[in-house]
Design a protein around this ligand. Structure first.
Ligand SMILES: Cc1ncc(COP(=O)(O)O)c(C=O)c1O
Length: 403
């Protein structure tokens, strides 16, 4: 069971995971960020400013929607936490508003970010425009192609999108490049990391900014049903939407938590991004966590239909939840994620992003073990506009009668 004391500890560790593994130049910036965040979270003016932006600019609270037809189909009561309805279309805006306010507080003039699916890049570009900061987003070339719509959105918002051509040209390489850039611009730039990954204090800070998801969901399910859910289900890339939903329920022993990773085309090495299921401890992007690696410790390439889950690492808090058995992690294949997207579109008229489509794709299996009518909350982290072309291409390949 999870420890009652605060996580992470003072050195930024979640049990054996987490910490700070960075070059000397960045250490001072992390210490500054830690100090500033500690002051900001106690400062009523900061808290008020964030609360009001989340409400009036981003559109919080998001609804907890009872998906009636889907529930009827699967025999359990499914509630969707509608982060897809937020400004810019995904949960990422919760975190970028928080970090944007911190950057302004620290007197930084520039935001740097990495992005996979482009949603974090769009959210960072949005916040940079809102606060009058310049913005550079690093994105793998492969992701720029499959998430072309979001590249256009970032540029329209005034951000520079820098293609990353190394490695697999996806999120891992974009993150490495963003860190490299940060090392040389640390005095003027804030690195706005997009998930609960990276060195301390990022996993804690991003978790805190995303915990609004679970805090609202907890209140809303109690209001709607008078009880807590049997199960929380959310997709896991780096793990920010999942930890945002899970964290406020972590001491509710009866609430089961399942994180859904990208199973890609198969669970053989190199063809998936199921880090919690298949990874081993290792250091990537400044923290010790689980990592997909070969027997020589080289990071393995990953594969997923969804750019946002296509990452060989994972947030250290998830690695810890798995270690202490507070949460369980499963993998869902590309094929089942596509089926999940179609199922939600056809039963509820909601087209999810391919990332949360993985969680929808796992629902039937999850429901099978639960009693009839059991309440489940699914984190619907983003909407599917960005994925329409990918969906059309795959569905057409499977059945040419599709558009
Ligand atoms: C809609 C959506 N959901 C989930 C993710 C995965 O990130 P995380 O695991 O940090 O929530 C992304 C990443 O881009 C995303 O765009």
């Amino acid at each position: 069971m999870i420890r009652r004391q605060t996580l992470p500890d003072r050195s930024g560790h979640f049990g054996p995971f987490g910490g700070k593994f960075v070059p000397e130049t960045v250490m001072a910036a992390l210490t500054e960020l830690e100090r500033e965040y500690a002051a900001a979270r106690r400062d009523p003016t900061f808290r008020r400013a964030l609360r009001s932006l989340l409400r009036d600019y981003a559109g919080r609270p998001t609804p907890l929607y009872f998906a009636k037809r889907l529930s009827h189909r699967l025999g359990v009561n499914i509630y969707l936490k509608r982060e897809d309805l937020l400004h810019t279309g995904a949960h990422k805006i919760n975190n970028t508003l928080g970090q944007g306010l911190l950057a302004v507080r620290m007197g930084k003039q520039r935001l740097i970010a990495e992005t996979g699916a482009g949603q974090h890049g769009v959210a960072t570009a949005t916040v940079a425009a809102l606060f009058g900061l310049t913005c550079e987003v690093f994105m793998g070339e492969e992701d720029m192609q499959r998430q072309a719509l979001n590249v256009v959105r970032m540029r329209l918002l005034g951000a520079t999108v820098t293609p990353v051509t190394g490695g697999t040209k996806t999120l891992k390489d974009a993150t490495s490049e963003a860190i490299r850039n940060w090392v040389t611009t640390v005095r003027t730039s804030h690195y706005c990391i997009g998930s609960v990954v990276g060195p301390h204090p990022y996993p804690m800070l991003v978790r805190d900014f995303q915990s609004v998801i679970g805090q609202e969901a907890r209140r809303q399910i109690l209001q709607k049903t008078g009880r807590l859910p049997d199960l929380l289900l959310a997709c896991v890339g780096g793990g920010s939407n999942a930890i945002g939903l899970f964290h406020p329920f972590r001491h509710d022993r009866r609430v089961e938590m399942i994180g859904v990773e990208a199973g890609g085309s198969s669970l053989t090495p190199g063809h998936h991004a199921a880090t919690l299921m298949k990874g081993r401890p290792g250091v990537l992007h400044g923290a010790n966590s689980l990592l997909l690696q070969d027997r020589f410790g080289q990071v393995l390439p990953t594969e997923s239909i969804s750019a946002g889950l296509d990452y060989p690492g994972v947030g250290p808090e998830h690695a810890y939840y798995q270690l202490v058995k507070r949460a369980r992690y499963v993998a869902v294949s590309d094929r089942r994620a596509l089926q999940g997207a179609q199922l939600l579109a056809r039963t509820e008229g909601i087209l999810p992003a391919l990332e949360p489509a993985h969680a929808i794709g796992y629902l039937a299996q999850a429901a099978w073990r639960l009693r009839r009518g059991a309440p489940i909350i699914v984190g619907l982290s983003g909407r599917g506009d960005k994925d329409v072309q990918t969906l059309a291409r795959h569905l057409h390949a499977a059945d040419p009668r599709h558009v």
